[in-house]
Design a protein around this ligand. Structure first.
Ligand code: GUN
Ligand code: FE
Length: 444
């Protein structure tokens, strides 16, 4: 697990003790394989002795644990359109492919079926926490929240606010309707998970050009009255989008000033893409404490800026960064792919910057996919690694025999860090044997 961007901790022999509420109670390092594990654990547990029996799950050879992946940017209704529209610019892709597809979520039966398939697909790939954009429909968004809770995925779920800029068949009926549906969804999600243990509502102005000023203003007001709610939007994604934004909002010189004016920027803001960020905006993003959802797949293939975002610069300045699949603008829903593509994009950026912004390492992208993402979602004290007190959100990775899939073969002489590197660069869901969220097994 990652302790920081530069610190990957590998424990070759250890144990994690999880209590009945799914919290990590102990992390034992360097356990002695010749001593009885139950004896070791019992000795390490603080008094008084546990009231319920301890069950031990021992990993087979070739298997190891990593924290669950945090997907900081994801569109649940786009699950069934992944891979479509390669090379299209964002506004064309929205109009020609995406809005038609998302409009189908007016039908609750369609939403239930498609969202069940989406959540199962992400859990299977080890995504234990996802920040989801829904469609614009309140009922479908509530169904998404229900299904996350039922299937045990940690999630932020938000109805897209979009009152203009899209065809009449897929647009909020009015400003009032956009805000009213939002308020009702917030209440609904609070009702099904009152403490926000797994599922939370996230305020989701799709992007500025899909929102009337009054919608942005209204959402800013809701954000102020509900300081517990995260906020997400698309930000400085592509030239085409940035130009349209400037034309619609000529009073603002840039997107930071625009969203900040409507009080939508702060520590709980998750800004997708951030491909083009000026010096002024860098300074402001840092001051405001916003987090960046870096989505290399879509940035380099569809919708985005066909651009490698300046991740090294964000990290250098201490701006929070995590990874997003941006599924389906991103053709892949795999966080392993997001990690690899983040390396590819960072190498391109290294060349573009004349060597100033060095490429990202395996441990850095792994940090971004776990603890970095948790911090972007303001969940850094709750998930992201195996620190005592955090929730047990974890993946059992398998690398030998029938677990191997097509991953690079593991040699007898390979140390755990080599096996880990082979998994990150060549593994897939066949190597993801079991998945846990809050101590509950949700796959395998
Ligand atoms: N900007 C507004 N909507 C979208 C979307 O669905 N995907 C991406 N990548 N960018 C957007
Ligand atoms: Fe997106």
């Amino acid at each position: 697990h990652a302790l920081s961007p530069s610190k990957l901790e590998i424990i070759s022999s250890g144990a994690i003790v999880v209590d009945s509420s799914g919290r990590i109670q102990l992390l034992l390092r360097d356990t002695d394989p010749t001593t009885n594990l139950l004896t070791t654990i019992t000795a390490a547990l603080p008094a008084p002795p546990p009231t319920s029996p301890i069950t031990i799950h021992q990993l087979r050879p070739g298997r190891f644990l990593i924290p669950g992946f945090v997907d900081t940017h994801n569109h649940a209704p786009q699950w069934e359109q992944r891979g479509l529209g390669q090379g299209m610019h964002i506004l064309d892709w929205l109009e020609k492919i995406t809005f038609r597809n998302e409009a189908r979520f007016a039908d609750p039966a369609h939403a239930r079926r498609a969202y069940a398939s989406c959540i199962d697909g992400f859990l299977r790939q080890g995504v234990t926490m996802a920040s989801y954009y829904g469609s614009l429909h309140g009922e479908a968004t509530n169904i998404l929240a229900d299904l996350c809770l039922e299937k045990g995925q940690r999630a932020f779920v938000g109805k897209c606010n979009m009152s203009r800029g899209s065809p009449g068949y897929y647009r909020d009926a009015s400003v009032k309707e956009s805000l009213d549906v939002t308020e009702r969804c917030i209440e609904y999600v609070r009702g099904i998970d009152p403490e926000g243990r797994l599922v939370k509502y996230v305020l989701t102005p799709r992007f500025a050009i899909s929102c009337d000023d009054e919608v942005l203003k209204g959402l800013g007001g809701i954000a102020r009255r509900n300081p517990d709610l995260p906020i997400q939007t698309h930000f400085n994604e592509a030239e085409q989008e940035m130009q349209a934004t400037r034309e619609l909002f000529p009073q603002f010189a840039n997107e930071v000033d625009l969203y900040a004016h409507f009080r939508l920027l702060g520590k709980r803001s998750i800004l997708a893409h951030c491909c083009y960020v000026s010096e002024y905006e860098m300074v402001r993003l840092k001051e405001l404490g916003c987090g960046v959802a870096h989505c290399p797949a879509s940035n380099m293939t569809v919708g985005g800026g066909f651009m490698a975002a300046p991740v090294r610069e964000f990290m250098r300045r201490g701006i929070k960064v995590g990874l997003g699949t941006d599924s389906g603008g991103g053709y892949s829903s795999s966080m392993l792919d997001a990690m690899r593509l983040a390396i590819v994009a960072s190498n391109a950026r290294e060349v573009m910057s004349g060597g100033k912004d060095g490429g990202l390492s395996i441990s850095e992208v792994f940090y971004l996919a776990t603890l970095g993402g948790a911090e972007v979602c303001c969940l850094g004290d709750k998930i992201g690694n195996f620190e005592v007190g955090k929730a047990f959100d974890a993946i059992v990775v398998g690398t030998l025999g029938e677990d191997q899939g097509v991953m690079t073969v593991v040699g007898e002489e390979d140390g755990l860090s080599t096996v880990f590197e082979k998994f990150v660069m060549t593994g897939d869901d066949r190597n993801i044997i079991q998945v846990y969220v809050q101590g509950r097994r949700v796959k395998g």
